[in-house]
Ligand binder design. Structure first.
Ligand code: DC
Length: 210
């Protein structure tokens, strides 16, 4: 079973994907972490994430097993990620890694922006997870504050809106809800309620197919 989970940043898609993977015994790939790792590698090398050459070189050198899960969660890495993600050559390199992951016959959960539309258009179940901009800003603010990052609500909300805009309007693989994706709005849902809603969608889709 392949489950595709797409949605904007801080929508809860990562948490939903993690719970789905655990619930159904599937492995999971957080595809945003690949773009974050590439963006961070460019920043670490003192480069500009919008520089095609630097970003492609970082994507080609990426080692999935060596990603620093803590450092890629910074707001700087997130912003750099959304910049390298507009570069088609970077997407091409990362697309190969994602498709290889999804080709595992044991199945998988992948979450990102273009999983149901580009990476796994034939996924068994597609979810589009969203939440209001305000709620997403609140969640990300709590995450960043827990990391010790100081940023105001207004500044972060503007950053998230900027990233949404870049993710939705880029030419290559923009973020949008696939026609056959099921919408899950987590704005007023707890983590447990969002997970339960996701399981209900998956169970319903799989029952209808059998
Ligand atoms: O989900 P996230 O915040 O970790 O994603 C970071 C950036 O990576 C996001 O701004 C866009 C990019 N991304 C993408 O373009 N395609 C994906 N499948 C996943 C993430």
């Amino acid at each position: 079973m392949i489950i595709a989970v797409d949605g904007p940043t801080a929508s809860g898609k990562g948490t939903v994907a993690r719970n789905l993977a655990e619930h159904y015994g599937l492995k999971r790939l957080d595809t945003g972490s690949l773009y974050r790792a590439v963006g961070l590698a460019v920043l670490d090398a003192g480069g500009d994430p919008a520089d095609v050459r630097a970003a492609v070189a970082a994507a080609e050198a990426l080692d999935l097993d060596a990603i620093d899960e803590n450092r890629i969660r910074s707001s700087a890495a997130g912003l750099a990620a959304s910049k390298v993600a507009v570069i088609p050559e970077v997407r091409e390199v990362l697309r190969r890694a994602q498709k290889a992951f999804a080709a595992d016959p044991r199945g998988a959960v992948l979450d990102g922006r273009d999983i149901g539309t580009v990476i796994c258009p034939d996924a068994d179940v597609k979810l589009f997870v969203t939440a209001s901009l305000e709620e997403r800003t609140r969640r990300r603010l709590a995450e960043l504050r827990a990391r010790g990052e100081q940023i105001s609500f207004e500044e972060l909300q503007a950053q998230i809106a900027e990233r949404d805009e870049r993710d939705m309007t880029r030419k290559d693989s923009p973020l949008y809800q696939a026609a056959d994706a099921h919408l899950l709005d987590t704005t007023v849902l707890s983590i447990e309620a969002a997970a339960a809603a996701a399981y209900a969608i998956v169970d319903r889709v799989m029952a209808a197919r059998s």
